[in-house]
Design a protein around this ligand. Structure first.
Ligand code: ADP
Ligand code: MG
Length: 251
């Protein structure tokens, strides 16, 4: 499977200019001694404690760990949604810990797809409108937006549900809309927080098929937090987090 991936180490791309700059972009996301401490009235919570992690472009990896181990906090920091208390984070060769909120928002729009644990769909928009949102913000014409969303919806069993609002969809259907929204713009990095938690095995496989296809065809990097053995089985790399620290890292 590894050899199919054009972004793997050692792959010699004859089209890339010999500037040496290309080598920098081999890393999709990197952290250096990242901490997140939530100040609480009683006692501070050290949610993430000194994580240094390097995710290579084209990786398809999972992050497991018990509830409360810091998975969501770490993903939110990698996606520029939460700022670390200390430490540095890079997305590609761009250090995001020094960016303004506006710059972070633009980076997320252009390069990062995020699947939230709680979906975060907009209740007043239809399934299709939720899924096409990032394309709309980027100025993609209506027809193309709809074509891309419909193709994805067909693939993951949401056909016919385009006009429904999230309140009229099951948890699993909302989750699929959230995944469609994250991947429809073909971002370079997808961060997904327990994306199959509410799905039956058939639907979960269909979602993973879509993600694997994007990974193989476009070299999209995927990082999932998950407890799902089905997801972990298909990953090429598995990290486990315990008490805010990386406990193991298997390839
Ligand atoms: P996981 O996703 O692995 O369940 P989280 O990142 O959600 O872990 O939480 C890690 C720890 O940080 C937990 O102890 C949780 O209670 C705490 N925590 C998470 N978010 C906040 C917050 N916004 N304020 C205070 N504590 C938080
Ligand atoms: Mg979580």
């Amino acid at each position: 499977m590894r050899t199919e991936n054009p972004n793997e180490e050692g792959f010699d791309d004859p089209t890339s200019p010999a500037t040496g700059l290309a080598a920098v972009a081999d890393v999709a996301v990197r952290t250096k001694d990242v901490w997140k401490i939530y100040a609480q009235e009683s006692e501070d919570v050290e949610a993430v404690r000194g994580v240094s992690l390097e995710v290579r472009e084209g990786d398809f990896m999972t992050m497991a760990g018990p509830s409360g181990s810091g998975k969501t906090t770490l993903l939110n920091m990698l996606g520029g949604l939460t700022r670390p208390t200390s430490g540095r984070i890079w997305v590609g060769d761009l250090e995001i810990t020094t960016l303004s909120n506006k710059e972070l928002a633009r980076l997320r729009l252009e390069s990062i797809g995020f699947v939230f644990q709680a979906f975060n769909l907009l209740p007043v928009l239809s399934a299709l409108e939720n899924a096409e949102f990032s394309l709309l913000l980027r100025g993609v014409p209506t027809e193309e937006r709809h074509r891309r969303v419909r193709a994805l919806f067909d693939e993951i069993g949401l056909e016919g549900l385009e006009d429904r609002r999230p309140g009229k969809l099951s948890g699993g259907q909302q989750q699929r809309v959230a995944v469609a929204r994250a991947v429809v713009g073909e971002p370079t990095l997808v961060l997904a927080d327990e994306p199959t938690a509410n799905l039956d095995s058939h639907t979960s496989d269909a979602l993973l098929d879509v993600m694997e296809r994007l990974n193989q065809e476009h070299g999209t990097t995927f990082l999932f937090s998950t407890h799902d053995p089905r997801v972990m089985e298909r990953a090429r790399r598995r990290v486990s987090l315990v008490d805010g620290q990386i406990e193991s890292d298997e390839r």
